[in-house]
Ligand binder design. Structure first.
Ligand code: AMP
Length: 280
């Protein structure tokens, strides 16, 4: 269902106690929202109690970027927002963000759960022969997920939204295994972004120019997409496992790139390496 963001009244929202996760500014709970008389399953993000001004601004910025991005089937869409006191009297009114529900959670965990052999080994699938013998997901399903992410990212880039933190943990899967790019609301809606704050950088999936000079563009998102493809092929493996950020930066500058996982087809690996600035 393609819906445009709207202001919701408190009566339109129904929250359960089921915690889906917690993030930068607060909790995400399972719930439903009432849209035109229809109850839609939703993940409801609530700003932390006693959140400071910076967190409030980040929350508002996430809403603004999601609104700017508009609807697309391969991104997590904003259903609506609501400001309300909730059931408890608080100094601040609480802010709520109702997001489309992705019932199968994040891609990284889902890939790891699909492993039929050793679940926790970070080098898994690097040492196995073919995806079909190591995963309960078929190669076609895995490729479908990769295509969904590419389509969602293409939409974001057409809106000049740079993600800056694309990785399997920030892709969510619906009940029918449609992949949706999430957490782009923390990005910046600009063609090029120079990070000036000292926020922690997800160094394993960040492009070399972004690590070195803090310059983020759609091309640096393409680098992260290459790493995400590697995560898919290794069923949630940890990229550059065993390397710390300093060693990795030095190695990347010297031309080192993620090696081909053993279970990855040679043709597929060569194809990925042709992606612009891609690292595979
Ligand atoms: P976030 O604050 O966006 O990083 O979300 C924290 C966690 O909540 C995520 O890692 C997911 O496990 C969960 N979550 C967030 N949004 C959704 C959603 N739309 N559907 C299902 N789970 C979600």
């Amino acid at each position: 269902m393609a819906v445009n963001h709207r202001e919701l009244s408190w009566d339109d929202i129904s929250l359960t106690n089921k915690l889906l996760g917690s993030g930068n500014f607060g909790e995400v709970r399972k719930g439903t929202v009432n849209l035109d008389g229809e109850r839609i399953p939703s993940a409801i993000k609530v700003l932390k109690r006693g959140a400071d001004e910076a967190a409030r601004q980040d929350f508002q910025q996430e809403v603004d970027i999601m609104r700017h991005a508009g609807y697309h089937p391969n991104i997590i869409n904003l259903l609506g927002t609501c400001e309300h006191q909730g059931n408890v009297v608080r100094v601040h009114r609480q802010q709520y963000m109702a997001l489309e529900m992705a019932g199968n959670g994040d891609l990284k965990n889902y890939l790891r759960k699909s492993r039929v052999l050793e679940v926790k080994d970070p080098a898994y699938a690097n040492t196995r022969q073919t995806v079909s013998t190591v995963s309960s997901l078929s190669p076609v399903q895995l490729l479908r997920i990769a295509c969904d992410v590419a389509t969602g990212m293409e939409h974001l880039s057409s809106k000049d939204v740079i993600h800056r933190d694309l990785a399997a943990r920030n892709v969510l899967l619906t009940d029918s295994l449609i992949a949706k790019v999430a957490d782009f609301g923390l990005s910046r809606g600009e063609g090029i972004y120079e990070q000036t704050s000292k926020k922690a950088v997800p160094f394993r999936s960040t492009a070399l120019e972004a690590l070195s000079r803090r310059i983020y563009t759609t091309q640096s998102d393409v680098w992260s997409f290459g790493i995400l493809l590697w995560e898919i092929v290794t069923l949630g493996g940890t990229p550059y496992s065993g390397m710390n950020s300093r060693t990795l930066l030095r190695s990347l500058r010297e031309g080192y790139r993620l090696p081909k996982p053993r279970n990855c087809d040679e043709d597929l690996y060569v194809y990925f390496s042709l992606l612009p600035t891609c690292v595979l």
